[in-house]
Design a protein around this ligand. Sequence first.
Ligand code: MN
Length: 205
Amino acid sequence: MAESRLDEYRKKRDFQKTSEPEDLSVQFDWVKSEPIFVIQKHAASTLHYDFRLEVDGVLKSWAVPKGPSTNPSIKRLAVPTEDHPLAYADFEGVIPEGEYGGGTIMVWDRGTYRNLKEGDETGGAPPTVAEQLEDGHVAIWLEGQKLRGGYALIRTGSGEKARWLLIKMDDGEADSQRDPVDEEPNSVKTGRSMEEIQQSLESGD
Ligand code: MN
């Protein structure tokens, strides 16, 4: 199942040239029993933040040009991209120039998440996150190192014109004074800056 959904991921990449994960089996020491999320800062042709959620064995993915906000009044555009393998959540490094997504990738935030939707009054089960994606309205609670609290992903428009918005919910974790994209720029995996990740490649680390 997850294998065929990753066809597009594999088709876009030459694993002789990029160090991105090809092996789809993975174990993380930083994850317990809940599904994971990761946000990767990606300096490609333009800087963006790749927001990825574990759903049914793959990472559903969106490119968020301005990155996530902790301010509930700010809506951030999120452009869907191809499903990525779970192993990608640990990837930090440099994709060679000229390859798909060429540029530096940092693990900017990561953690687990849970479904915030509730069941109906008749005792029905809450919609799964996969069902919420189909419906174009996802409500989740993130437990990351930088981001915590409720977030909504909302689809507007349809077909080719479909766009998603990533919005902080107005809960106790909302903070209009914080700006994690600007104030907390480094990797949660290694503490490195984008420049340090880039340089480690050049020095062969
Ligand atoms: Mn990207």
